[in-house]
Design a protein around this ligand. Sequence first.
Ligand code: C2E
Ligand code: CA
Ligand code: CA
Ligand code: CA
Length: 267
Amino acid sequence: YDMAMQVELDARNALEHDLHYALAQDQFELYYQMQVNNATQVIGAEALIRWVHPSHGVVSPLAFIPLAEATGLILPIGQWVLESACVQLHLWAKSARTRHLQLAINVSARQFYQANFVEQVSKTIAKFMIAPERLKFELTESLVLDDIEDTVSKMHALKKIGVRFAMDDFGTGQSSLAYLTQLPLDQLKIDQSFVRNLGVKPTDAIIVQTIIGMANNLGMEVIAEGVETEFQHLFLKQHECDLYQGYLFSKPVTIDTFEACIQSAIG
Ligand code: C2E
Ligand code: CA
Ligand code: CA
Ligand code: CA
């Protein structure tokens, strides 16, 4: 009998119970982190989930997504994220000021590999009558390589509907890059670990330049995440990056704060 193990198991069970309750009580919220282009215009946002806990306050996804994935709760949570993103795109479409905005959401392996994922996406898009090209799915390398054949066929089916795809955390995987040409990707997202080391670790500057060059050669858009300093921004700009996301521009914020930023940026 291991006391420490029992304590951990109890904590896990309590968290799982709380997550069920959170879903039923509508305690999740999407935060929005702006993405900007080379003219420093806001082209859209990445939606990042938060658990707004009645006593613990705002809880990071790092604290509950792994357990949600392990228990399968990520399925209803993922559907909630998709619906919430579509509701937001529907609202943005009503105003000339926000109609152009794109929204990126993160998709878990378990959610993506459900047999009816394509159907769920297509139904949700139809339900909220959104323009599918405004919605972008961020996939990780480990997700796509889990079952490359299923990934290729699902991505093509979803491309037919009109949604877009980004490869998240790009450059952190251990695998060969041969899969890249098989996938209908629209965007490569340079992982923040490389961006952070610009000006610090010369080899990471080379990796960043290489990723940008590769994206350009493959006809994909390239975005840098975790941009925190003017130096990083300038370096990326000089090396022909397309888009930027990071604390230099804004942290992930509530919808009200995000919309206030857009408003003030336009004047
Ligand atoms: P991610 O998809 O790689 O998201 C980027 C993370 O970097 C976010 O953390 C964001 O707040 C943070 N970040 C953005 N700019 C900066 C910066 O300039 N500096 C630093 N230090 N950090 C920055 P967050 O919101 O805590 O999300 C963590 C991870 O949780 C995400 O990593 C993603 O893997 C997962 N996640 C978030 N929302 C969802 C969701 O709706 N569904 C799923 N399946 N996973 C999600
Ligand atoms: Ca992401
Ligand atoms: Ca990322
Ligand atoms: Ca990440």
